[in-house]
Design a protein around this ligand. Structure first.
Ligand SMILES: *Cc1c(COP(=O)(O)O)cnc(C)c1O
Length: 371
């Protein structure tokens, strides 16, 4: 394989088989495909099964995550649902790292209640404790790193090797939304399944809702493929085409997000209104605690460059309050045990000029001081 930056830019090009010389791949919107004859297929039959545009995106997703099978679906939640529907059944048990996307917890709780697939949480640090939490019916371990929103880092390789040494049948699934394959390729670290909310960095422009599941095993790929054909939460061709386009700039965007986030994190650390900054050192996601002498609401209202909005991973700087947005459904005690207090502010550092972002924080925080 060529290097990642080249693969991202060039990997989906030159695929127009009409000899037009089109550099960029064509977009096929057809849902139906003519059969050459009885029992024959061009490889495409009906778009719930596969379409040329989605297949091209999936090939690219598999390549950049070092997998062999990828599935592009209608949202990150659809990706999570595809994994659980394909790989778990009533009576199974799973373990999830304790600090992750609030919507994932909502989904896990629903699985536990409605389908009797209970789960335990794990702190993401103590691998021996994780091994002790494994039960005979444990089927899957779900990890998100760096964690959301407190930016704890999990050693995927240590977890995968420790778990697989005792239980090769347990699937290690990693939500790789925050770092993307530019910074982390879980399948090369021993994980079995990678999941993305492609709405975030993979899409990168706040205009595509999408998800992805990637594996490097034929049997796992077959299970996912059958499940997806059955339930049909596929990504539509136009969004698949837009995502192909977005991936071309993923490498350069991720490095630019990191460069800006490092500047913003360092700047925030020195501000009197900021108690503590949480940053994994790479990627564009930062969280910080606003000092009690400042109003979170006023800070949000003062922002001019950043926007108070749900979501992350886009070129625009977005600011989220996890306690009232992404993690609102989590019981308060559980939230606070994880450090998710009402003054915790999550920043998805965008690609505006870093100075404009830090100036914006300066004025928004200074103007939020309580009387
Ligand atoms: C947003 C998000 C999801 C859910 O993805 P949607 O595209 O919103 O359905 C899952 N995991 C993480 C880490 C996310 O940030």
């Amino acid at each position: 394989m060529v290097k990642l930056a080249t693969q991202l830019v060039q990997g989906t090009n030159g695929t127009d088989d009409q000899n037009t010389g089109a550099v960029v791949p064509p977009l096929y919107l057809s849902t139906a495909f003519r059969h050459p004859g009885l029992g024959q297929s061009t490889g495409y039959d009906y778009s719930r099964l596969t379409t040329p545009t989605r297949a091209l995106l999936e090939k690219q997703l598999a390549t950049i995550e070092h997998g062999t099978h990828a599935f592009a679906v209608s949202s990150g939640m659809a990706a999570i649902d595809l994994v659980f529907s394909a790989f778990t059944k009533t009576g199974d048990h799973f373990i999830a790292s304790d600090d992750l996307y609030g919507g994932s917890f909502r989904y896990f709780d629903e699985r536990a209640e409605r389908y009797q697939i209970p789960y335990d949480t794990w702190d993401g640090v103590d691998v021996d404790a994780l091994l002790l939490a494994i039960q005979p019916n444990t089927r899957l371990i779900w990890l998100e790193t760096p964690s959301n929103p407190t930016m704890k880092v999990i050693d995927i390789e240590a977890v995968s090797s420790a778990v697989h040494a005792v239980r090769p049948d347990i699937l290690i699934a990693v939500d790789n939304t925050f770092l993307t394959p530019v910074y982390q390729q879980p399948l090369t670290l021993g994980a079995d399944v990678v999941v993305h909310s492609a709405t975030k960095y993979l899409g990168g422009h706040n205009d595509i809702l999408a998800g992805a599941v990637i594996v490097a095993d034929d049997d796992l790929g077959e299970s996912l493929s059958q499940q997806l054909t059955t339930t049909g939460q596929n990504l539509d061709p136009f969004d698949a085409w837009l995502l192909i386009r977005s991936l071309k700039t993923l490498n350069i965007r991720m490095h630019a997000h990191t460069a800006n986030a490092r500047i913003v994190a360092k700047h925030l650390e020195a501000l009197p209104g900021v108690d503590r900054v949480l940053y994994a050192g790479v990627g564009g996601m930062i969280s910080f605690y606003l000092n009690d002498a400042y109003s979170v609401d006023q800070f949000l209202q003062n922002l001019k460059v950043g926007s108070f909005a749900e979501s992350l991973g886009s070129v625009e700087t977005l600011i989220t309050i996890p306690a009232i947005q992404t993690h609102h459904d989590m019981p308060q005690a559980q939230r606070e045990a994880l450090g998710i207090f009402d003054n915790l502010i999550r920043v998805s550092v965008g690609l505006e000029d870093a100075q404009d972002i830090t100036d914006d924080f300066d004025q928004a925080i200074a103007g939020a001081k309580k009387e």
